[in-house]
Design a protein. Structure first.
Length: 106
Protein backbone atom coordinates (compact mmCIF):
# COMPACT_ATOMS: atom_id res chain seq x y z
CA UNK A 1 0.00 0.00 0.00
CA UNK A 2 2.82 2.42 0.79
CA UNK A 3 4.35 1.68 -2.61
CA UNK A 4 1.17 2.78 -4.41
CA UNK A 5 0.92 5.90 -2.27
CA UNK A 6 4.54 6.86 -3.19
CA UNK A 7 3.88 6.03 -6.86
CA UNK A 8 0.69 8.11 -6.90
CA UNK A 9 2.45 11.04 -5.21
CA UNK A 10 5.33 10.83 -7.70
CA UNK A 11 2.94 10.77 -10.66
CA UNK A 12 1.01 13.76 -9.28
CA UNK A 13 4.19 15.76 -8.73
CA UNK A 14 5.43 14.89 -12.22
CA UNK A 15 2.08 15.94 -13.70
CA UNK A 16 2.18 19.33 -11.98
CA UNK A 17 5.80 19.87 -13.00
CA UNK A 18 4.87 19.18 -16.62
CA UNK A 19 1.93 21.59 -16.41
CA UNK A 20 4.16 24.23 -14.86
CA UNK A 21 6.85 23.82 -17.50
CA UNK A 22 4.35 24.05 -20.34
CA UNK A 23 2.09 26.88 -19.27
CA UNK A 24 3.56 28.88 -16.41
CA UNK A 25 7.30 28.74 -16.90
CA UNK A 26 8.95 31.60 -18.84
CA UNK A 27 10.41 28.99 -21.17
CA UNK A 28 7.17 27.14 -21.68
CA UNK A 29 4.74 26.84 -24.54
CA UNK A 30 4.90 30.53 -25.46
CA UNK A 31 8.65 30.43 -26.01
CA UNK A 32 8.31 27.18 -27.96
CA UNK A 33 5.84 28.83 -30.34
CA UNK A 34 8.08 31.89 -30.71
CA UNK A 35 11.09 29.71 -31.48
CA UNK A 36 9.11 27.64 -33.97
CA UNK A 37 8.02 30.83 -35.78
CA UNK A 38 11.61 32.09 -35.76
CA UNK A 39 12.80 28.77 -37.18
CA UNK A 40 10.20 28.96 -39.96
CA UNK A 41 11.25 32.53 -40.85
CA UNK A 42 14.95 31.66 -40.79
CA UNK A 43 14.34 28.59 -42.96
CA UNK A 44 12.49 30.73 -45.51
CA UNK A 45 15.27 33.34 -45.52
CA UNK A 46 17.89 30.60 -45.86
CA UNK A 47 16.10 29.25 -48.93
CA UNK A 48 15.95 32.74 -50.47
CA UNK A 49 19.67 33.24 -49.88
CA UNK A 50 20.51 29.83 -51.31
CA UNK A 51 18.54 30.67 -54.47
CA UNK A 52 20.23 34.08 -54.80
CA UNK A 53 23.62 32.48 -54.19
CA UNK A 54 22.98 29.92 -56.94
CA UNK A 55 21.95 32.66 -59.38
CA UNK A 56 25.13 34.63 -58.60
CA UNK A 57 27.25 31.50 -58.97
CA UNK A 58 25.70 30.80 -62.39
CA UNK A 59 26.26 34.42 -63.45
CA UNK A 60 29.93 34.30 -62.38
CA UNK A 61 30.40 31.01 -64.21
CA UNK A 62 28.78 32.45 -67.34
CA UNK A 63 30.91 35.60 -67.03
CA UNK A 64 34.12 33.58 -66.83
CA UNK A 65 33.22 31.30 -69.76
CA UNK A 66 31.53 33.62 -72.27
CA UNK A 67 33.29 36.54 -73.96
CA UNK A 68 29.97 37.77 -75.37
CA UNK A 69 28.42 37.89 -71.90
CA UNK A 70 31.43 39.77 -70.52
CA UNK A 71 31.14 42.30 -73.34
CA UNK A 72 27.41 42.72 -72.69
CA UNK A 73 27.93 43.29 -68.97
CA UNK A 74 30.78 45.76 -69.56
CA UNK A 75 28.69 47.73 -72.03
CA UNK A 76 25.62 47.82 -69.77
CA UNK A 77 27.29 48.47 -66.42
CA UNK A 78 30.28 50.60 -67.41
CA UNK A 79 28.96 52.29 -70.54
CA UNK A 80 31.91 51.23 -72.67
CA UNK A 81 31.82 51.34 -76.46
CA UNK A 82 33.59 49.36 -79.13
CA UNK A 83 35.94 50.82 -81.75
CA UNK A 84 34.06 53.21 -84.05
CA UNK A 85 30.93 53.28 -81.85
CA UNK A 86 29.43 56.40 -80.32
CA UNK A 87 27.05 56.80 -77.41
CA UNK A 88 23.96 58.88 -78.09
CA UNK A 89 22.12 60.21 -75.03
CA UNK A 90 18.48 61.07 -75.58
CA UNK A 91 17.13 63.58 -73.07
CA UNK A 92 13.58 64.69 -72.35
CA UNK A 93 12.27 68.12 -73.30
CA UNK A 94 12.45 69.16 -69.64
CA UNK A 95 16.20 68.61 -69.63
CA UNK A 96 16.77 70.03 -73.12
CA UNK A 97 13.98 72.42 -74.20
CA UNK A 98 13.61 73.22 -77.93
CA UNK A 99 16.05 75.87 -79.12
CA UNK A 100 18.69 74.98 -76.53
CA UNK A 101 20.53 72.17 -78.28
CA UNK A 102 23.52 70.82 -76.43
CA UNK A 103 22.69 72.48 -73.12
CA UNK A 104 20.51 69.72 -71.65
CA UNK A 105 22.78 67.92 -69.19
CA UNK A 106 25.35 69.59 -67.06
Amino acid sequence: MAFFRILWTSITIAFFLILYSLFISPKGLKEYIERRNLYTELSRRHQELMTANRELYDRIKKFSQSAEFREQVIREKLGWTGPGEKIIVITSEKENPPGRIGEGRK
